[in-house]
Design a binder for this molecule. Sequence first.
Ligand SMILES: Cc1cc2nc3c(=O)[nH]c(=O)nc-3n(C[C@H](O)[C@H](O)[C@H](O)COP(=O)(O)O)c2cc1C
Length: 175
Amino acid sequence: MDILQSIHERRSVGKVRPDPVPRALVEELLEAARWAPTHHRTEPWRFWVFSGKGRDRLAEAFAAAGGDKERNKPYRAPVVVAVGCVPQPAADNPQEELLATGAAMQNLLLAAQAKGLAAIWRSGAMAHGPGVRTLLGLAEKDTLVGFVYLGFPDPDVTVLPGRRSSVEERTVWYE
Ligand SMILES: Cc1cc2nc3c(=O)[nH]c(=O)nc-3n(C[C@H](O)[C@H](O)[C@H](O)COP(=O)(O)O)c2cc1C
């Protein structure tokens, strides 16, 4: 698919089929994610993939921080990828490390779409809670940027159309 068409058509999809996603497919998405731009090539992104029974660990971490209400959340998709930013000593500025990791997230989402998967970037309180940070071994300086929930699309789920302001509303030109 043309990259511009793909960017326009990508939508967040919160409900997917429960069928497992082959590991090789997830590896292809991570392969795309790691080609994001990175100042000084610090590659600050880190990925933790939770799938199948592996999601139990994430569920426990969610429950530890947020109680039973949070425990079920990792089971909303067959694969949940936690994406973290670990700023490297060579970085001028930790904010740039975060930006690079955000770009990796977008690559991951677009790769998922290209491979026929549905995905959503989720954050929520649990992303910042101690349960998940401990599970992933994040240090004080590190950030859990978010979770990508992935699965095969459910044809019965209605995906909301995209909505954005016009370029004109967000742009100033000097020509
Ligand atoms: C940093 C970030 C955090 C997000 N966290 C959530 C979230 O916790 N829950 C959720 O439903 N969507 C989350 N989203 C997805 C947005 O809701 C979604 O991108 C927005 O509704 C626009 O829809 P679209 O992606 O289909 O264009 C997040 C997106 C970003 C960039």
